[in-house]
Design a protein around this ligand. Structure first.
Ligand SMILES: [Fe+2]
Ligand SMILES: [Fe+2]
Length: 316
């Protein structure tokens, strides 16, 4: 889609009753057309009607209005007009809209900086509405290099970090690290990333390079934290050793690497992709706690049960 200078949003994220502080555009026949002027409102019923007809993916905002959009969503999160369950969906959809744009940004440092407020908003929401964490998960069918996967891994990691007693600053770093754990997949050919079915030996070699690729990309910038680098480089290590790329074990692996290895596998197992059937949350966790248990930090694995309990997913 050639909509440079714009990013897609879901109209349902504009459900607040105040006037819109930005223009909303609509994409018709590949043309961007002004839909609602700044200062106007879209009646809630109209949003719901349009949303029912359309997947809601052809509405756009100008990239220059991104911060105004984030402020608008923040006000909505602080208002008492909507139930927490509705707020969770609005926050998820607005975050994904902004991340979609950032995930293609060749300037990784800028992408990290602009992702930080999204993580901070997610942490605030999780503190204010701890029972709504499950509604933040997209669970959409996705391939592993996408922002949907990364977003879900980030939410699970935040839940795990919270249960493990991390401070707000640590959580922010953890959320951000998890969001970019597969950054190195930018350098893996798309036909390998998107291949339906199993990879051959040579393709596996390239796929398994993504932690090194991620570190290489991050090392091109100054002042990227060791934690962010570790999540990228160490999330395929195994508690018992024998993971990749380094084959390190136990506490040699950075805590963020241990967390993401767990939340990444959990998300892979429970998400529908074109070529697999998703496992039920409880089955996935039991497998990780059974045959695969030696791969994960045992304390973190136990904490993951509480996270899922909180998410009310155990009965799913
Ligand atoms: Fe990975
Ligand atoms: Fe991943």
């Amino acid at each position: 889609m050639s909509t440079i200078g714009y990013f897609r949003i879901r109209l349902t994220t504009l459900i607040g009753t105040s006037e819109l502080p930005f223009n909303v555009y609509i994409l018709i026949d590949e043309k961007v057309i002004l839909y609602v002027k700044a200062g106007d409102k879209i009646p809630k019923q109209k949003i719901l009607d349009l949303h029912a007809k359309d997947s809601g993916e052809s509405f756009l905002l100008a990239v220059k209005d991104k911060e105004k959009y984030q402020d608008y969503i923040r006000d909505l999160m602080n208002s008492s007009q909507f139930p927490d369950s509705e707020k969770a969906i609005i926050l998820k959809e607005s975050s994904i809209a902004i991340l979609e744009d950032l995930f293609d940004n060749p300037d990784v440092k800028q992408a990290l900086a602009e992702s930080r407020p999204i993580i901070a908003d997610l942490i605030n929401f999780m503190n204010n509405a701890p029972n709504e964490m499950g509604n933040l998960i997209t669970l959409s069918g996705h391939d592993f290099y996408t922002y949907n996967h990364s977003f879900d891994v980030s939410i699970y990691s935040l839940g795990l970090g919270q249960t493990l007693g991390f401070s707000k600053t640590e959580l922010e770093e953890l959320g951000l690290s998890s969001l970019y754990h597969d950054l190195g997949k930018r350098l893996v050919p798309l036909e390998i990333l998107c291949k339906k079915g199993s990879l051959d030996d040579n393709e596996w070699v390239q796929m398994r390079m993504h932690p090194q690729f991620g570190l290489k990309i991050l090392n091109e910038y100054d002042n990227i934290s060791d934690a962010i680098k570790a999540a990228c480089y160490e999330h395929h290590e195994s508690w018992a050793g024998g993971g990749y790329p380094q084959g390190i074990s136990k506490h040699e692996i950075h805590p963020f690497g241990r967390i993401v290895s767990l939340t990444d596998t959990y998300d892979a197992m429970t998400t529908q992709r074109s070529y697999n059937t998703p496992m039920k949350p409880a089955d996935a966790l039991n497998l990780m706690n059974g045959n695969l248990a030696q791969r994960y930090d045992p304390d973190m694995l136990q904490a993951m049960y509480s996270v899922l309990f909180k998410m009310k997913k155990e009965a799913a």
